[in-house]
Design a protein around this ligand. Structure first.
Ligand SMILES: CC1=C(CCC(=O)O)c2cc3nc(cc4[nH]c(cc5[nH]c(cc1n2)c(C)c5CCC(=O)O)c(CCC(=O)O)c4C)C(CCC(=O)O)=C3C
Ligand SMILES: [Fe+2]
Length: 419
């Protein structure tokens, strides 16, 4: 395994000689360290782009798409179709259609409007990790329509994931690498990823607004509720393997080594929302971070408690719960099925009143936040001037070597080119 500076740099720049250079986790200190970036955690990254690619997860658009989509999601894990059919139940129930694509197209349209309003003249393309339109299609179109003589086409991938984790960061970057592989465009296209934005006010404020609305509704509907004892706010995060959480952050930062960045960031967002509740009601409403949508083989431990188990424990202890889908950007399948159907049913069984807070969706503040991510890159805005509400933010423009590891070896992924 190479242990040189050069081997690390290939993680972000065009890999030589193969696009899938394997860099061992934490094997070396790349240039993107605070030391190498003259005391600042930012490395010099491109500030010029030719196109934006709204980059998301994808979901099926009809019954015939469901199994092929799930095969994409579980690629390389050899899951038999019978087992996939079990997972497919939610999609089957919804006519085989996930709302995620429509929601992302609405977000794209809103982002285009906001770009125009700010006089940022960049075309927006839409591509997904797991379904049509795939990254290959979006990248190829963005390249064809925006070629510049003498240099690669520069694409800014605006990723629809707010937090640090393999599934929300590196997996996207690996899939960008796969797209460049498939298109044989390593020399002609440079893809750069957006930073994490979990504590950008435009992401957090819609959750605050929704939670305050839910508290107000509960108070209205049940005037005798004691907010300090009868109600609990549950921040629901998409569960991930415990190992992925442990590897989700920059290894030497904050309290990430103990907590895991993914979990720490969710707790921080929960804290911000509950501060707003306290400010309005002068009461410490009880709250907890819980997890949803655990999947995969049973022998791999995932983050817990599961929201349904937790709700069962609240029987007789609370009268109402407010569920905040803190990981998610829109009310897609994971929100509709896992929270509006399953968790709600569990809450009903315990006799708990249930409110589910809306996701940011196309909330104007959230749309503005997505465009802030573009603008701060175009302007090379220093970290200290970027919008971030907690000590954990703002996220890096260019991921460092150890961040967001999965279970396998680190594959080369795209990112900003190092100077
Ligand atoms: C952190 C995270 C996010 C948030 C960040 C981001 O948004 O990127 C997210 C989003 C989403 N996850 C989604 C759907 C699924 N996730 C799965 C499986 C998994 N998710 C994981 C993690 C995450 N997932 C993990 C560690 C797995 C198991 C390993 C694997 O398989 O990679 C499976 C297979 C189920 C099974 O195997 O039981 C499905 C169908 C949809 C689409 C919803 C729709 O269609 O509307 C969305 C937005
Ligand atoms: Fe998922």
């Amino acid at each position: 395994m190479p242990n040189s500076q050069e081997a690390c740099v290939t993680e972000w720049s065009k890999p030589q000689p193969s696009p899938r250079v394997v860099v061992q986790a934490g094997a070396c200190v790349p240039a993107a360290t605070p030391e190498a970036a003259s005391g600042d955690k930012w490395v010099e990254v491109p500030t010029e782009f030719d196109a934006i690619m709204l980059s998301s997860y994808g979901g099926p658009n009809g019954q015939d798409d469901v199994i092929p989509f799930l095969r994409n999601v579980t690629m390389g894990r050899n899951i038999p179709d019978e087992r996939l059919e079990e997972v497919a139940v939610h999609y089957r129930e919804a006519g085989g259609v996930s709302p995620i694509n429509e929601q992302n197209l609405a977000l794209k349209a809103a982002i285009e409007e906001e770009l125009k309003a700010r006089n940022i003249d960049l075309p927006v393309y839409f591509g997904n990790r797991n379904w049509d339109p795939y990254f290959t299609e979006a990248v190829s179109k963005a390249h064809e329509e925006n070629k510049v003589e003498g240099r690669p086409t520069k694409i800014f991938a605006l990723v629809t994931s707010a937090y640090s984790a393999y599934s929300s960061c590196r997996q996207y970057r690996e899939d960008f690498a796969d797209a460049l592989d498939a298109l044989d465009l390593w020399d002609d296209v440079q893809i750069d990823s957006s930073r994490t934005f979990f504590d950008h006010p435009g992401f957090v404020n819609p959750f605050i607004e929704g939670t305050l609305k839910a508290v107000a509704e509960l108070v209205d509907e049940h005037p005798d509720l004691d907010l300090a004892n009868d109600v609990e706010v549950l921040f629901s995060a998409h569960s991930i393997p415990i190992k992925d959480n442990a590897q989700s952050g920059e290894p030497d930062e904050h309290d990430y080594p103990e907590l895991g960045a993914y979990k720490a960031q969710h707790l921080a967002v929960g804290g911000l929302v509950m501060d707003a509740v306290k400010e309005k009601y002068s009461i410490d409403v009880p709250w907890e971070l819980v997890y949803q949508s655990e999947s995969g083989p049973a022998h791999i431990p995932w983050l817990e408690p599961d929201i349904n188990d937790y709700l069962e424990g609240l029987k007789g202890k609370r009268k109402a719960v407010i569920v905040v889908p803190a990981t998610f950007l829109s009310d897609h399948m994971e929100v509709w099925w896992d929270l509006d159907i399953e968790a709600k049913e569990t809450a009903d069984e315990q006799g708990l009143a249930y409110k589910r807070v809306a996701t940011p969706g196309t909330h104007p503040e959230f749309v503005a936040a997505m465009v802030d991510l573009v603008e701060e890159r175009l302007n090379g805005t220093p970290a200290a001037e970027r919008k971030a509400l907690t000590k954990y933010g703002p996220g890096y423009d260019v991921c460092r070597a150890g961040c967001c590891q999965g279970s396998g070896p680190l594959r080369a992924a795209t990112g900003g080119l190092l100077p």
